[in-house]
Write a protein that binds this ligand. Structure first.
Ligand code: C5P
Length: 240
């Protein structure tokens, strides 16, 4: 599949057109950013890690009945995806209190959230991705009440699948961000599912294996991401 014009450049991915108007190519770059782009770096191989993990999870979710934009890998950092009309919402799932939740509300860091929370931010860098409530989602025409219910249900299902999977790897799936888009009449999972957009803590030690390592200078982010990839590869060897 030939890569055509650059359509969109995000903080860590570039999206290109293809010969097929219904398909796009997403290239996972080595860029890493935090705090809405205030901190940025490049780490060789980081894009490959995130593409590999995203492809693995998209395939796993598809097998379990979740529709995603994933079609296949073109090379180790390049994904072929269905073209979606993206919905500008960051759908955030939380199994433990961490990050902005602890900053904004009186939760203890690490506090178990049962049932898990699903909340939404409006995806808009200039406005700082503000939290958005249901009524504003409807008033902006982003989703109907029925569609929001469906998105929440999908997010909870994805959360359950990933939580159970990471538990087997000895990791706590603390929280995550996903994005959805429209494909015809359907709402499907888009974007990526990687260590850039989730928190993962070692079940025993609480050590982070996610972007917090980079955000807060907690160590070598490439070793942390690499460890997650290794754990997944190990699981695959034993299970596939
Ligand atoms: O920062 P906060 O605690 O709200 O983040 C919740 C989860 O969503 C974290 O896993 C974080 O990495 C992810 N996130 C993201 N992109 C954003 C905001 C949050 O991937 N713009």
């Amino acid at each position: 599949m030939a890569k055509k014009e650059l359509l969109y450049e995000g903080k860590a991915k570039s999206v290109y057109g293809t010969d097929n108007p219904d398909e796009l190519i997403a290239v996972f770059r080595d860029d890493i950013t935090a705090f809405n782009g205030e901190k940025k770096d490049q780490f060789s191989g980081k894009g490959v890690y995130n593409a590999t993990v995203s492809a693995f999870f998209f395939s796993m979710l598809e097998e379990k009945g979740i529709k995603t934009h994933f079609i296949g890998m073109i090379d180790e950092r390049t994904m072929l995806v269905s073209k979606l009309k993206m919905i500008p919402l960051e759908v955030i799932g939380r199994n433990r209190a961490a990050g902005s939740l602890v900053k904004k509300f009186p939760f203890e860091n690490g506090q178990v959230l049962n049932p898990p929370l699903v909340v939404t931010d409006y995806k808009n860098d200039e406005r700082g991705d503000p939290p958005i409530c249901d009524d504003i989602i409807y008033a902006l025409g982003l989703l109907t009440p029925e569609e929001l219910k469906e998105v929440r249900e999908m997010a909870l299902k994805i959360n359950k699948i990933l939580f159970e999977f990471f538990d087997k790897l000895g990791l706590v799936f603390v929280d995550f961000k996903i994005e959805f888009g429209r494909l015809g009449d359907e709402i499907v999972l888009g974007d990526e599912i990687s260590m850039d957009s989730m928190r993962l803590w070692d079940k025993e030690t609480g050590e982070s294996f996610d972007k917090d390592v980079y955000r807060f200078g907690k160590g070598d982010v490439m070793s942390a991401y690499g460890r997650v990839v290794e754990k997944i590869e190990e699981w695959k060897r034993q299970n596939i």
